[in-house]
Design a protein around this ligand. Structure first.
Ligand SMILES: NC(=O)c1ccc[n+]([C@@H]2O[C@H](COP(=O)([O-])OP(=O)(O)OC[C@H]3O[C@@H](n4cnc5c(N)ncnc54)[C@H](OP(=O)(O)O)[C@@H]3O)[C@@H](O)[C@H]2O)c1
Length: 250
């Protein structure tokens, strides 16, 4: 019987690619995100790639809402009687200069990108203790680099990195907590940054120009490292921030 893994933000981008890869390996999956139809599409992709219908469960929920973390825990217990791993992948990105970006935007960003992962870890920790499980947080090199116009997103991700390292110590030895820090990956995130289309086009060009390996990443460039952290090769890793960015942050 495969591992039971909850993946947030499973309806698109990295989360969807991760789910499909894990389903092909026989993992039982709880797919979490806001938009039900996106999650169902991911589920179809998982089934097409070898997943069994009873092993792939969807949970549409807004992780910024109160009670969302408990809903994820309860769904994992109801469907699979436990959990082996949580991948905190869901996030919102909002770019823009400080003067143009109100503080409510920052509060919303923090709720989704930092508070929700913390609440989820707290809520499923008893299940992960029982399974000697693991958490993988999807951070960002945006939490390492200081870039004008990206301070809110960068601060939220830097907070997630700190949470990863702190909880790695606090929850050891029962639960391992690591993070993967992608560079620029070509996903739907670029369709919803809160900036206009010209600015997005300039941003994409900048990402390619400043990435030593000469292109934006694809979800498939990042997924193997999340899979590695979930698996048996990483049993002596905790508190690691694994950068996968085509060299952009070096
Ligand atoms: N793409 C990049 O260049 C890049 C770089 C570094 C790090 N990352 C990180 O990689 C992770 C995946 O991003 P991605 O690039 O794959 O972008 P994406 O396709 O936009 O995926 C983000 C996912 O999060 C979900 N989500 C957002 N807000 C949510 C909420 N309140 N409740 C539940 N689910 C929510 C979205 O689904 P719904 O809208 O349906 O909820 C979506 O499926 C994120 O943590 C992102 O910060 C991405």
């Amino acid at each position: 019987m495969g591992l039971v893994v909850a993946v947030t933000g499973a309806g698109s981008g990295l989360g969807r690619a991760l789910a499909v890869r894990l389903a092909a390996d026989g993992t039982r999956l709880l797919l979490v995100g806001r938009r039900a139809e996106r999650l169902l599409r991911t589920r179809e992709d998982c089934l097409a790639d070898g997943g069994k219908p009873g092993d792939i469960v969807t949970l549409p929920v807004d992780l910024a809402e109160p009670g969302a973390a408990a809903a994820v825990r309860d769904a994992a217990v109801a469907a699979f009687d436990g959990l082996d791993a949580l991948v905190n992948n869901a996030a919102q990105a909002r770019f823009g200069p400080l003067d143009d970006t109100d503080v409510d935007t920052f509060v919303r960003l923090l709720r989704v990108d930092l508070v929700a992962p913390a609440a989820l870890i707290r809520c499923v920790a008893p299940l992960l203790r029982r399974s000697r499980g693991t958490v993988v947080n999807v951070g960002s090199i945006g939490g390492l680099l200081a870039v004008p116009g990206r301070s809110y997103y960068g601060a939220a991700k830097a907070g997630l990195h700190h949470l990863t390292r702190s909880l790695a110590r606090e929850l050891a030895p029962e639960i391992r907590v690591n993070a993967v820090l992608p560079g620029a990956v070509d996903t739907e995130m670029y369709d919803d940054l809160g900036i206009d289309d010209d600015a997005v086009a300039r941003l994409r060009a900048e990402m390619v120009r400043t990435t030593p390996l000469g292109r934006m990443g694809r979800p498939e460039d990042v997924v193997p490292w999340i899979v590695m952290l979930l698996g048996p090769d990483a049993t002596w890793m905790t508190g690691s921030l694994l950068v996968v960015d085509g060299g952009r942050s070096c």
